[in-house]
Design a protein around this ligand. Structure first.
Ligand code: ADP
Ligand code: 2DT
Length: 212
C-alpha cells in the first residue's frame, strides 16, 4: 500500500517578517495534531556548499555575484533527493526560504533579470503552498536592528520586497499573502489553517516541478 505523500510548504518574506518563528510553530502544531512534519531551511549552512555561502553572508569571503547565485541554487538541488524521500514517506516539510528568496535577492542586484535568476531553479520540487509574510519596512524596523550580514540594509530589503511582488504575479505558484503585522498567534492561526487544507489536497497529487 502506498502512503499518502507529505506537502511541501514554504514560508517566504523579507527579513524579520517572522518566517523562522512561524515555521517552528507550524511544525509543532502539525506534530501535535498527529501529522508527521519537519522543518528545513535555505540556505542550509551545514553542507560544503552551505559553508561557502555562510562565509559569504558573514562577509568572511567574497564571491562573484553569478557564482554565489548558482551556489544558493546548488544548495537546494543537493537537498532534492532528501526532500523527495521525506515527501514520499508522508512527512510534511515546512521550509524557511526557497528559490523565491534566491531570485528576489540576486535580482535586487544591478544587472540581474528575474528570468536569469529563475533558470537554475527550474524543475525543483514545486511547493504545494508558498506563504508570503507581508510586513512593511517600518514594522520590520520595529522588530530590532538589522544584523551585520550581507544584504541586511533597509535599501536592499526594499528592492528585495519589490522583486517578491513581481514573483507573486506568477499564477503557476500557489502564493498566499499573510498579514504578518499581527500577533504571532494570529499569524500562526492563518498559516496552520492554510497548511492543513493544502496537506489534504496534496496527498492525492504528484509533486510538481517549479517554473516548468
Ligand atoms: P525572519 O525569520 O523572517 O527573519 P524571525 O522569526 O526570526 O523572522 O523574527 C524576527 C524577530 O521578530 C524575532 O525577534 C521574533 O521574535 C519577532 N517576531 C516574529 N514574529 C513577530 C510578530 N508577529 N510580532 C512581533 N514580533 C515578532
Ligand atoms: P537567513 O539564513 O537569515 O534566512 O539569511 N538568500 C537566501 C539568497 O540570497 N539566496 C537564496 O537562495 C536564499 C535561500 C537571504 C540568508 C540570507 O541569504 C539570502 C538572506
Amino acid at each position: 500500500m502506498s502512503c499518502r505523500r507529505g506537502a511541501l510548504i514554504v514560508l517566504e518574506g523579507v527579513d524579520r517578517a517572522g518566517k523562522t518563528t512561524q515555521c517552528h510553530k507550524l511544525v509543532q502544531a502539525l506534530q501535535q495534531s498527529g501529522r508527521a512534519a519537519e522543518m528545513m531551511r535555505f540556505p542550509d549552512r551545514t553542507t560544503k556548499i552551505g559553508k561557502l555561502i555562510s562565509s559569504y553572508l558573514e562577509k568572511k569571503s567574497n564571491l562573484e555575484d553569478h557564482t554565489v547565485h548558482l551556489l544558493f541554487s546548488a544548495n537546494r538541488w543537493e537537498m532534492v533527493p532528501l526532500i523527495k524521500q521525506k515527501l514520499e514517506q508522508g512527512i510534511n516539510l515546512v521550509v524557511d526560504r526557497y528559490a523565491f528568496s534566491g531570485v528576489a535577492f540576486t535580482s535586487a542586484k544591478p544587472g540581474f533579470s528575474l528570468e536569469w535568476c529563475m533558470n537554475p531553479d527550474v524543475g525543483l520540487p514545486k511547493p504545494d503552498l508558498v506563504m508570503f509574510l507581508q510586513l512593511n519596512p517600518n514594522m520590520a524596523a520595529n522588530r530590532g536592528e538589522y544584523g551585520i550580514e550581507r544584504y541586511e540594509t533597509s535599501a536592499f530589503q526594499r528592492t528585495v520586497h519589490q522583486r517578491f511582488e513581481q514573483l507573486m504575479q506568477d499564477s503557476s505558484v500557489n502564493w498566499k499573502v499573510i498579514d504578518a503585522a499581527r500577533t504571532i498567534e494570529e499569524v500562526h492561526k492563518d498559516i496552520k489553517l492554510l497548511s492543513e487544507d493544502i496537506i489534504s489536497l496534496a496527498e492525492n497529487q504528484p509533486v510538481g516541478e517549479l517554473w516548468r
